[in-house]
Design a protein around this ligand. Structure first.
Ligand code: ATP
Ligand code: MG
Length: 324
């Protein structure tokens, strides 16, 4: 049985931050002297997810907020152009669009200067247009990053009740670090999300954090015992694995690419995977598109610049060797 509601039930909807990203063109530490910067690029994990979801042909929409400025406009126009429903993106006349300045260090780690909590991104609320989008949605995708925004938890609970109530499904990309789970409340919320999720999209350690158990087999079994029906585990340049509650496992090797900018791979993977599954594709095919979406995105500078249409991903799949 399919674990996600079909695309025809209504769009995949996500909630969360829309940002611009402005990146240093040179490797190094931080922003303590004048350096060359490149941007603005449309960004924000939920925005990247929903852009890829729409671009591959899934119906998709986002609840978010931007400022009345060019940083907001390039995001909204990109999402609209790529086919996402932007009706529930509200525009603040007081706060600017959120931003993230990023610089990569030699070792691949990153320094950030964020403006999120004092930006329009923090103003997401349950507007009439947001309610209307939830009322016609077929699937909710929860992004762990969004919980930094006040009021988002209550909105998630509303969306879960409405969407599940009409036969829709829920996915969760934890996007969480162990440090963030130090507070008991966050841990409880996270457990609650796992209990309502049909699909989990963890990467790396997040599988163990989500399960509260170490070891891949034990963690997967624990999550299935809590009602999850499928897991798509992201393994970076080692590809991905599908696990289903009825015991099926599918491994999908990564595509071999030169990584230019790793940001957004996981979000593109998720957007493609959810869209493909909701469009009725078997797990193997959905993983292949998801791996392609993640891999293609890292070959291009900018967090969502490499998101691909179905035709672009078909061309990428045909032209790109796979790691064995
Ligand atoms: P993010 O770094 O955006 O948080 P993530 O850790 O959630 O991402 P990853 O596992 O890094 O997710 O990437 C998602 C998918 O994208 C991988 O499963 C893989 O298929 C593809 N991918 C990511 N990086 C590479 C790479 N360097 N080479 C090939 N494929 C990649
Ligand atoms: Mg990664």
């Amino acid at each position: 049985m399919a674990s996600l509601a079909p695309d025809a039930l209504g769009p995949t909807v996500t909630i969360g931050e829309i940002l611009v990203e402005i990146m240093a063109t040179t490797l190094g530490n931080g922003f303590l002297e004048p350096i060359e910067l490149l941007g603005p690029y449309p960004s924000g994990a939920p925005a990247i997810f929903i852009d890829q979801c729409a671009k591959i042909g899934g119906s998709a929409g986002i609840v978010a907020a931007v400022g009345d400025d060019d940083f907001g406009r390039i995001n909204v126009e990109r999402l609209r152009r790529d086919g996402a429903d932007v009706s529930a993106i509200s525009v603040s006349h007081d706060f600017p669009t959120g931003s993230a300045f990023v610089r990569y260090r030699q070792d691949g780690s990153r320094d950030f200067v964020y403006n999120i909590s004092k930006s329009a991104a923090s103003l997401i609320s349950l507007t009439d247009t947001a309610k209307a989008l939830f009322a016609r949605a077929g699937h909710l995708h929860v992004m762990g990053t969004a919980f930094a925004i006040p009021g988002v938890w209550e909105m998630m609970e509303h969306a879960i009740a409405v969407i599940k109530g009409r036969g829709g499904s829920v996915s969760l990309d934890p996007n969480l670090r162990k440090e963030l789970l130090a507070q008991g409340q966050t841990k409880e919320r996270f457990a609650r999300l796992v209990s309502v999720a049909d699909l989990l999209l963890p990467s790396g350690d997040e599988l163990f954090v989500a399960a509260g158990v170490d070891g891949e087999t034990a963690a997967v079994a624990e999550l299935f015992s809590r009602g999850v029906s499928e897991i798509a585990l992201k393994r970076g340049e080692r590809g991905s694995t599908f696990f289903s509650a009825d015991g099926v496992r599918v491994d999908c090797p990564a595509f071999r690419v030169d990584e230019v900018d790793p940001t957004g791979a996981g979000d593109c993977f998720g957007g493609a995977y959810v869209a493909c599954r909701r469009l009725g594709m078997p797990a193997q095919r959905a993983l292949e598109y998801a791996n392609a979406a993640g891999a293609r995105n890292v070959t291009v500078r900018g967090p969502m610049e490499g998101a691909g249409s179905r035709a672009e991903l078909d061309a990428f799949i045909a032209a790109t060797p796979r790691a064995s």
